[in-house]
Design a protein. Structure first.
Length: 435
């Protein structure tokens, strides 16, 4: 494994990640041109609800990558297939549960958001149209995790481009041509999710059929239903869910505190977070490669390979973070000018831009360690680190914000991502000795 090998596996992941926000821009543009104000508000709030639901179940992707990669490294092809089927069935089951709970979910959410009657009514239509894609969306998490664990990142890119390209085209047709507004966006998303789910299933079926040289059945139900492996999978998924909820809680707290400082500060912080999120696509590429390669090295019990993968992927990620932070610091002002023409928002975004650049520079350690620990399926440590870092963030944010306003809030936010890495560092030595 060389730096070139890591970069070759990382770039499809980076492009696949970057395709996600582009779809949001397409949906917004379609509704912005063909829909009403209520449609636009309903799309924004409805998408927020789906993001929260799906982010909460992100463990289906992450844990699958680690378990599949370790089975690949160990040369246990039957376990590779079992490690995919377990979260796949779990994802389908959770998707059905979301369908069953759709009425209390959507009603409670729009009441909590205190949306206008028009936005709430349209939001209900959007949610009830799109929710039928929940089983497919969550199954795709398992499929994506398996593709990363198997090292098939180009196939992952193809799946993601199909999902987003088909979704964008259908959204234009349903919402624009047929004039169905936000409900049409929901219909387009459902069709795209189920179509992509079938294609991804076929791609993985072919890959796994080709690798099926062992004597066990293609679907090894005895392994899939093995109590010990099931409990290990459930424990890992629970740990990652807690970790994800801690991250959501931290970002939610950051947004709520910014809102208390006025609309301009809230908007400026949101704009800067979009730049931070864009940078995260690049860093995630190296973290995803680390997941697969660390898992394979641990599965093979190859300590030398494990240390080399950790070192090389971390070096590339750190170099990329430094370049991104420098570009953000030097060129972020131009991007701010493209994103907003509001003078008060632009002025505040300029003021706090150095904090966003610093966040990108220092966040690389947390991203990379997440990838390493996911590949090793050391999820308990990730859960504990997230709880520690969220506690540290909240304890720092209150006095720092009171003393220094939004500067203090950003400082606490930077400390949040640094604390995530520092809380994981004590476990790294033990992890590197696993092989």
């Amino acid at each position: 494994m060389t730096r070139r090998d890591i970069a070759r596996q990382a770039w499809p992941v980076i492009l696949a990640n970057a395709a996600v926000p582009l779809l949001g821009l397409v949906d917004t543009a379609v509704i912005g041109h063909y829909g009403s104000t209520a449609d636009l508000g309903a799309l924004a709030l409805g998408a927020l609800l789906f993001n929260f639901i799906y982010w909460s179940f992100g463990f289906l992707r992450m844990a699958t990558t680690g378990f599949v990669a370790q089975a690949v490294g160990a040369g246990d092809e039957a376990e590779v297939r079992a490690a995919l089927v377990r979260p796949l069935l779990m994802g389908l089951g959770l998707g059905v549960l979301v369908l069953a709970l759709q009425w209390p979910l959507v009603r409670g959410f729009f009441l909590l958001m205190d949306a206008s009657d028009a936005v709430a009514a349209t939001g209900h239509e959007y949610f009830h149209a799109r929710v039928w894609g929940a089983p497919a969306a969550l199954a795709l998490y398992a499929f994506s995790g398996a593709l990363i664990g198997l090292g098939h990142t180009r196939a992952l890119l193809g799946v993601q481009l199909l999902l987003n390209g088909l979704n964008a085209g259908l959204d234009v047709y349903f919402a624009g041509v047929l004039g169905l507004g936000a409900r049409g966006i929901g219909f387009g998303t459902v069709i795209a999710e189920w179509t992509t789910c079938v294609v991804a299933a076929f791609v993985l079926w072919r890959v796994l059929r080709e690798r099926h040289r062992d004597t066990e059945p293609f679907l090894p139900w005895a392994r899939i239903a093995d109590r010990t492996r099931l409990l290990r999978t459930l424990a890992a998924n629970g740990d990652i869910m807690v970790r994800t909820l801690c991250l959501l809680g931290g970002f939610g707290w950051f947004a709520s505190q910014g809102a208390r400082m006025g609309d301009a500060t809230l908007a400026a912080n949101h704009l800067l977070l979009q730049l931070v999120s864009f940078s995260a696509f690049f860093l995630d590429g190296f973290a995803f490669v680390a997941e697969a390669q660390v898992g394979a090295a641990i599965g093979a019990r190859d300590a030398g390979r494990l240390r080399r993968v950790v070192r090389l992927s971390s070096e590339l990620a750190a170099g990329t973070a430094a370049l991104l932070a420098l570009a953000l610091w030097l060129g972020g002002g131009s991007v701010i000018g493209l994103l907003t023409s509001l003078p008060d928002v632009s002025a505040q975004a300029w003021m706090y831009l150095p904090w966003a650049a610093l966040y990108v520079l220092l966040s690389v350690a947390a991203f990379q360690l997440d990838g390493i620990f996911i590949g090793a399926t050391r999820t308990r440590e990730m859960r504990n680190a997230s709880l520690v870092s969220l506690t540290a963030f909240l304890l720092c944010a209150l006095p720092l914000t009171a003393a220094f306003g939004n500067h203090g809030l950003w400082l606490a936010f930077v400390l949040f991502v640094v604390a995530r890495a520092l809380a994981l560092l004590p476990y790294v030595g033990r992890l590197l000795r696993l092989a």
